[in-house]
Design a protein around this ligand. Structure first.
Ligand SMILES: Nc1ncnc2c1ncn2[C@@H]1O[C@H](COP(=O)(O)OP(=O)(O)O)[C@@H](O)[C@H]1O
Ligand SMILES: N[C@@H](CC(=O)OP(=O)(O)O)C(=O)O
Length: 439
């Protein structure tokens, strides 16, 4: 039996947190493969080491003095090594980092050093073998993750020993240059390692006792989810539930390896199990709620668009030509609406509008900004009538104007569009009606 354990930045932010992580690994001999993140926040206003590294590298790249910024990063690690009474000598590693920063080794290289250093410390602390992720997590020359080659190289390398620490978040391109996943990407590394060793479980240790029905920053004391399916989780993490990276589902899903989200600060809690399928019903009609702010919608009007063959394609082509991906496309008889990320769209809006007029010849185009999308997700919704109606009435009672409501074809989720400023109120209203009132 083998378990892959990933510790998030909050679980490794200080020597005290490291000790908890060490106790967790040592308490179960099956915990053979450990994937650490970089030290995260020790308190709410603290800065993650990854962000310190980006800021430090930006100074180096601009040719400015970065010695103070680098000293602050060193201090974070020395606090950990001293607190753990480790003799790991990081001076030489920091000298190399400084040299490579001066030689402008790149932002990905800079960010990756957070996990690299924590990996060295973790390996020394556990007396496990250290494997540099640059040797085993492989990207192609275009920076795309190479799943097949990685699986081959990584499984062969891990078969050589009984245990290992593999830093999260980064790998390398064929030319040896470092490439990171997107933010929060140590979750992805953990999943890749679990797949390579055919682990029995992928444990993801964080600072909450599992996946909660809603973001605890919005709903304090949000209830936990005992069991959730990969598909439900993917919908929630894609829509902003930070606790697990949206791409980390794929490697383990292929092998049917369950994920267990656990709390480093409360290891006695069983956390959330993420599984392929389950006969366990969720406690409520909905499994979870998540959402993101910062969307725009483009309303396109044209009389009789429903009978114009190819109209939708022409509209989407205008977005494609400008390299913009869309989130949702609800449509009516004479209207079609495209939801896009505001940041992607804002600099290109006039180009897209011109392309829309050229390609689709609409009667009118209207753009609305500062919108939020909320996903209400649940495998139980399929068999329950009136879910959308209940969401509508809860939001009406909370005085939230619903701009859009769209039920996914899988009946696994309902997406709701509201103004950014109504985002938190809307999530609370939906949580109240399904979880607190449980009508
Ligand atoms: N639905 C949710 N369930 C649990 N946590 C959530 C949810 N939505 C957002 N979060 C936030 O995710 C945080 C954990 O993710 P993250 O900060 O990436 O942790 P780590 O440092 O362990 O990688 C929690 O502290 C919580 O604030
Ligand atoms: N340290 C990286 C990668 C990561 O996964 O971190 P965490 O596990 O703390 O979310 C980041 O901050 O994005």
């Amino acid at each position: 039996m083998s378990k892959v354990v990933k510790f998030g930045g909050s679980s490794l932010a200080s020597a005290e947190q490291f000790k908890k992580a060490g106790d967790i690994v040592r308490s179960d001999a099956d915990r053979k493969y450990v994937v650490p993140s970089a030290p995260g926040k020790r308190f709410k206003e603290d800065t993650k080491v990854t962000d310190m590294l980006y800021a430090c590298y930006d100074l180096a790249e601009a040719g400015e003095d970065f010695s103070e910024a680098l000293s602050a990063i060193k201090a974070r690690y020395f606090e950990i090594t001293v607190g753990l009474q480790l003799s790991a000598d990081l001076e030489e590693v920091f000298e190399t980092i400084e040299k490579n920063f001066k030689e402008k080794a790149g932002r990905d290289y800079a960010a990756s050093r957070g996990e690299y250093l924590n990996g060295i410390i973790m390996a020394a602390y556990l007396d496990y073998e250290f494997i540099d992720a640059a040797d085993v997590i492989l990207f192609d020359e275009n920076g795309r993750f190479d799943a097949d080659r990685t699986n081959e190289v990584l499984s062969a390398r891990l078969a050589e020993g009984d245990n290992a620490v593999i830093p999260g978040f980064y790998g390398s391109r064929p030319d040896g240059s470092v490439k990171t996943f997107t933010r929060g990407g140590s979750d992805v590394t953990g999943s890749i390692v679990a797949k390579a060793v055919q682990a029995d479980v992928y444990e993801n240790w964080t600072d909450v006792s599992g996946f909660l029905i809603a973001d605890p920053d919005i709903i304090s004391n949000a209830k936990g989810i005992d069991v959730i399916t990969y598909r439900e989780l993917r919908e929630l993490s894609y829509m902003g539930a930070e606790v697990f990276h949206e791409d980390a589902i794929f490697p383990v899903r292929q092998k049917g390896i369950p994920i267990n989200i656990r709390n480093t600060n409360a290891p006695q809690d069983s956390g959330t199990w993420i599984v392929g399928s389950t006969c366990q019903k969720s406690k409520y009609v909905i499994t979870g709620i998540a959402g993101k702010k910062g969307f725009c919608c483009i309303n396109i009007e044209k009389d009789k668009m429903n009978s114009e063959i190819g109209f939708g394609r022409k509209v989407l082509q205008a977005f494609e030509e400008n390299g913009i991906s869309f989130e949702h496309v609800p449509s009516g008889i004479d209207t079609m609406t495209i939801f896009v990320h505001q940041d992607d769209f804002v600099h290109k809006e006039q180009k897209v509008a011109a392309a829309l007029y050229r390609l689709a010849k609409p009667d009118a185009i209207e753009i609305e900004s500062d919108l939020a999308l909320i996903a209400v997700v649940g495998r139980g919704m399929k068999s329950t009538r009136g879910t959308a109606g209940r969401i509508f009435s809860a939001l009406a009672h909370a005085n939230v104007n619903v701009k859009m409501i769209d039920q996914g074809s899988s009946e696994l989720n309902i997406i709701i569009g509201v103004a950014n400023e109504d985002f938190e109120t809307a999530i609370r209203a939906i949580y109240d009606i399904f979880v607190l009132t449980n009508l």
